[in-house]
Ligand binder design. Structure first.
Ligand SMILES: Nc1nc2c(ncn2[C@@H]2O[C@H](COP(=O)(O)OP(=O)(O)OP(=O)(O)O)[C@@H](O)[C@H]2O)c(=O)[nH]1
Ligand SMILES: [Mg+2]
Length: 341
């Protein structure tokens, strides 16, 4: 996807800071002979932290940031002075970012809320200075703890857009046109397949200041799971939408069959996609008259269906009502994972 501003996959090497060493200093002053141990503790190494930011929509700001380091803690020093902690390095990511271990592929955590923070690579603890080790039988410990080592790991961050409604359809079905009509988004629209190459998001306003987010993704074709067309790489962006809006143009020769093909591609990608609520919109209905609609109706698959036209607005408010109702019914409760590393 050269030249695209949409980045949904990055690999980053992270390293936290080492803990500062404890000090093994002894107090030496003119009028304080045998001053005793006064070496301070080392400071904590900086953490590498991942933080959710709802104003970000892609991972593009991380595209060229291959390394993220936090700084080391400073060593302790005389007079029980604790060394300064290392500076944390915070990686801000859009909501819906999944973090995995790059080497094992293991799921680590996911950021779903604004301001949510997870310590990815904890900084090493600072070592204790020698004054901690002073006891009745050991009055002059000549040693101190070293700081703990840093943590390093390589991670993969993958964005899975958190939208409420995902559009599913073949190329040219009119997905982007619908998004442009119901939201303020301005996706590219054209009379050829694969106009949309990266996902577009739009906020759909619904009565009384309510709204929901709609995601338009590149069209899928039969065999997408085998890599045909743009493949199924973008399906992960509708993986966590609460509702899937299937879109099949009125000119389709067999709407039911097309619907099955789309369903099958979703299933091949992830069988759980079939558990989502679905609505089917027959697009470009301005090409049909009342009579034709009545004729088509009995042949439609067994899901809530609606005829729409983005050109003359036919059925659009019914569609919005249906989407809203289904959204309320599905009441998306995202399982929150409390993962501490
Ligand atoms: N007559 C009619 N044409 C429409 C309607 N909606 C979209 N179109 C036309 O259909 C063509 C494809 O529309 P797009 O919105 O780009 O389709 P898409 O599903 O986003 O296509 P890809 O991005 O390639 O997957 C364009 O020429 C639109 O003008 C409609 O309601 N009625
Ligand atoms: Mg499009």
């Amino acid at each position: 996807m050269a030249g695209s501003n949409f980045v949904d996959y990055v690999k980053i090497y992270c390293r936290s800071g080492k803990g500062g060493a404890g000090s093994a200093h002894f107090r030496r002053e003119k009028f304080a002979p045998m001053g005793g141990p006064d070496g301070g503790d080392g400071g904590r190494g900086g953490h590498v932290i991942v933080k959710g930011n709802r104003n970000l929509w892609t991972l593009i700001h991380l595209k060229y940031q291959r390394h993220v380091f936090a700084t080391d803690g400073k060593s302790g020093s005389r007079s029980r002075s604790t060394g300064a902690d290392g500076i944390d390095n915070i990686i801000e990511v859009p909501l819906g970012t999944v973090v995995r271990d790059a080497n094992t592929g293991e799921f680590l955590f996911e950021i779903t809320a604004d301001g949510e923070q997870v310590i990815l690579a904890p900084g090493g603890r600072g070592g204790l200075g020698n004054w901690n080790f002073k006891t009745a039988t050991m009055q002059a410990p000549r040693f101190a703890q070293p700081g703990e080592p840093c943590t390093e790991l390589e991670i993969i961050m993958e964005l899975k857009i958190l939208a409420d409604v995902g559009l599913v359809g073949f190329p040219n079905a009119g997905k982007s046109t619908l998004l442009s009509v119901v939201s303020a988004a301005k996706p590219e629209i054209a009379d050829y397949a694969f106009t949309t190459l990266v996902p577009n998001l739009g906020i759909v306003r619904y009565h009384d200041n309510q709204s929901f987010v709609m995601a338009d993704i590149p069209g899928i074709i039969e065999g997408a799971h085998l890599g045909k067309g743009l493949g199924i790489r973008f399906l992960r962006h509708i993986e966590r939408n609460s509702i899937l809006l299937f879109m099949i143009p009125a000119e389709s020769k067999d709407i039911k069959k097309d619907y099955q093909i789309l369903l099958n591609e979703l299933k091949e990608f992830n069988p759980e996609m079939l558990d989502k609520r679905r609505i089917l919109a027959i697009t470009k209905s301005d090409m049909l008259d009342e009579e034709l609609m009545l004729e088509i109706e009995p042949t439609l698959p067994d899901v809530p269906c609606v005829f729409i036209s983005s050109i003359n607005g036919y059925g659009i408010s019914t569609l919005k009502d249906m989407l809203w109702r289904e959204l309320q019914a599905s009441n998306p409760v995202e399982p929150q994972q409390d993962i501490e590393l």
